[in-house]
Design a protein around this ligand. Structure first.
Ligand SMILES: O=P(O)(O)OC[C@H]1O[C@@H](O)[C@H](O)[C@@H](O)[C@@H]1O
Length: 338
């Protein structure tokens, strides 16, 4: 199809950003509890007590036990499996998120929504012995707190199992209202500094990934994971234009400004994503070839989403001293197209 703009991909400049010596992530070992937690997640529990908060229920969504939220401004569903936001629908609009109609059975990671990637992105800085994207996607989380705010929005706090041997503790906060606000709060509970990576791996629903564009990346350097992490410079808006596979994009943008817009003429909407505590944005779509090998996506499904991942990844590594807390927040809302 014909696209509004084209991103120009320059030849690789330097491999300095992929120099192993520049990366000093903590090498994590799988927490002792992890395997048991994953086995337990294979048979999701449904006997969850609902908090007594207006607009908050416990039910199921896409077959998963979930926290169901309804406010005057939006509806949302959060699976306890993975603490995974599955759906966010502003009132009068359509879901901002894409969720695969062909999900793999639990305890597999859920394809779509907003997977929580923590405490490492992919296997960045790790060995082959750890699961890709960390230790919280495939285990059962707890709902820790829920409240209704003065403006009618609902705030939730969820937490994955506590892995004492990790030396890090994670809490996730969600605020469901006119805007979706999602925060990963990581505390160093040990007595040594920890360097970690992470992402809120949002799958945004689009009319056709080949017809959308992403603003807010112009001039940024990015690492192409499909090209051995070679560094390139983005010129103009992001559009899907990898000649090797027209559907493929696996880019980590560095020193990113934290404000991005996904323009979708087909759905007649613009999604605005703003972030704080994050200097990386990952723009991912598997492309046709790799999507076809995937057991949890229907044929052609890759056209229906684009992942914009608010991340600390690539050169953006969080270094956290004992007792300190890091906060990554994303805010998502729909803007009118003009
Ligand atoms: O299939 P998974 O584990 O959910 O990962 C999906 C993708 O997630 C992206 O964040 C990575 O950059 C990709 O390389 C990866 O393929």
């Amino acid at each position: 199809g014909c696209v509004a703009g084209r991103s120009t991909i320059t030849p690789p400049e330097t491999d300095a950003m992929t120099d192993a010596a520049a990366f000093t992530e903590t090498r994590f070992t799988t927490p002792a509890r992890y395997t048991d937690e994953v086995s337990a997640a294979a048979s999701p529990k449904t006997d969850i007590t609902a908090p007594e908060v207006d607009g908050v229920r416990i039910g199921t969504f896409a077959g998963y036990p979930a926290v169901l939220v309804e406010t005057l401004d939006a509806r949302a569903a959060i699976a306890l499996h993975g603490g995974h936001l599955l759906s966010y629908v502003p009132v009068g609009g359509e879901d901002l998120l894409w969720l695969s109609p062909r999900l793999a059975a639990a305890p597999a990671a859920i394809r779509g929504g907003v997977p929580v990637v923590w405490p490492f992105f992919g296997r960045q800085g790790q060995g082959d012995d750890v699961p890709s994207h960390g230790f919280v996607r495939t285990v059962r989380w707890q709902l820790v707190a829920a409240s209704r705010d003065a403006d009618g929005s609902v705030s939730l706090t969820l937490a994955p199992p506590r892995y004492a041997d990790l030396g890090l503790d994670l809490r996730m906060h969600l605020r469901i209202g006119e805007t979706l606000e999602q925060t990963l709060e990581t505390t160093n509970t040990g007595n040594v500094p920890v360097a970690f990576t992470q992402a809120l791996h949002s799958y945004f629903r689009v009319s056709d990934v080949a017809e959308v564009r992403v603003d807010g990346l112009d001039g940024l350097r990015f690492l192409d994971k499909n090209d051995g992490y070679a560094a390139h410079t983005q010129i103009g808006t992001w559009v899907l234009d990898d000649a090797r596979d027209p559907g493929r994009s696996d880019y980590i943008y560095a020193d990113a400004g934290g404000r991005y817009r996904l323009d979708d003429p087909g759905l007649d909407r613009r999604i605005e994503l703003t972030t704080s505590g994050s200097r990386a944005l990952v723009v991912w779509n598997p492309g046709e070839t790799s999507a076809e090998r995937s057991s949890d996506m229907n044929a052609g499904a890759w056209r229906g989403f684009l992942c914009l991942e608010a991340a600390n990844a690539g050169p953006d590594i969080v270094r956290l001293a004992p007792g300190k807390t890091h906060i990554l927040t994303q805010r998502v809302r729909v803007l009118p197209r003009d």
